[in-house]
Design a protein around this ligand. Sequence first.
Ligand code: SAH
Length: 479
Amino acid sequence: MDYLPLFHRIAAKPCLVVGGGDVALRKVRTLCEAGANIAIVAPVICQGIADMADEYPGLLSFFEREYCQDDLNNVVLAIAATSDQPLNASISAAAQQRNIPVNVVDNPQLCSVIFPAIVDRSPIQVAITSSGTSPVMTRLLRGRIEALLPGNLGALATLAGRYRDKVKTLLSAENKRRHFWETVLDGEVAEAVYAGNEAQAERQLLAQLETMAATADTQTLSRGEVYLVGAGPGDPDLLTFRALRLMQRADVVLHDRLVSPQVLAMVRRDAERIYVGKRAGDHAVSQHNINALLVDLAKQGKRVLRLKGGDPFIFGRGGEEIESLAEEGVRFQVVPGITAASGCASYGGIPLTHRDFSQSVQFITGHKKDYSLDLNWAGLALPNQTLVFYMSLVSLKDICTELVKHGLPSDTPAALVEKGTTPQQRVIISDLEGLAEKVAGLKVRAPTLLIIGHVVSLQNKLAWFNTERIESAEMGASE
Ligand code: SAH
């Protein structure tokens, strides 16, 4: 984070604006909207600024002269908006020396504070910045957020603010209160406000409050729920809308190694995070304990997000986890995710089926049980199909050898996709005979996915994502 976003209560506080042209005008307008007391210093002050004195009576004082350092005395914010860059620089230096927040228009280097783009639905405000890197991107984002937020959002927030204390008194249990506000802010009451019918909204709010206050705490407390959510293979853009919505609602999240940090960053900020995966040398929380923890947290009335890499029902033990929930009568929902096979195939440029090469595809676990691979090799070593092995880095060589032993030609194309769909993705292409050796020379890291079959030969034509890294993998191999 290059800047710390804060909201500044500046009403009636002295601010200095040096400059009297159009650039200054924009800043003066924003400061007026926030109710600041503004001294404007400039040899010439444009008509637009002068007119604002009528619009915001009492806020503006004009000093038609050159700036001097004493103008900074007592101000809580200084803005340099002149076209004289050395003057702007000296205002910035003097202000920073006195620890006065200073903004120099269009010169981020000289600023200690910057003005964000604002979406104003007061009291709700959204501030956006690109930290001075791309004002155009900031403007585009602002447009999107403007379109997203209902015009009357502020009125809804004001209504909620008026009832905050009363709700706190009537609904003392935190869970119950949260449940109430979510129903109000995301349901009929909100819709009534958005439609401009505030009186009706207020009646509905009061009715809901009465009903909720009459409900026993235990009834609402038992409304815990588990969301078993597939987080996809890594790229956060591959989350589903539902996954994202539930990630934003959860009170607590249980995650493991496969969930990428970028995806985890999209979980509600104040949700409690519990890591239940394995780290090198560390013992993972046992499956039994994870199941018990899910039940326990949900019974405390929490909304529990169980976030799993890929799809929860593909090599994800998702079934086992919700079995115990079902037995304990805990509510749950399951959200599918993009499984590693789909993600790695798409981002790796390898179609899993193709009319000329492959009429079926099998997903197989390459995880060794009791140190051996107990698989139906004869059923796997068939022509015209694609094999996708999960958890197969350790047994890669054995898998290739067994398949050849059971009849697949040793020149059958094979690919290992490392960290598929992430910026670190590499696709290593070879055949059953040569893949293990090529991979051994490339310092490959988990997670990896093994894809075997003639579809792999299409990769050199269809690769589109992160192609430079594929070439560097190839170069590494020939060294
Ligand atoms: N439920 C998950 C799979 C869990 S098993 C899913 O549907 O994808 C874990 C295995 O998934 C890893 O050993 C690896 O083979 C594969 N995998 C998961 N994410 C991957 C990624 N980004 N790139 C390559 N393989 C991945």
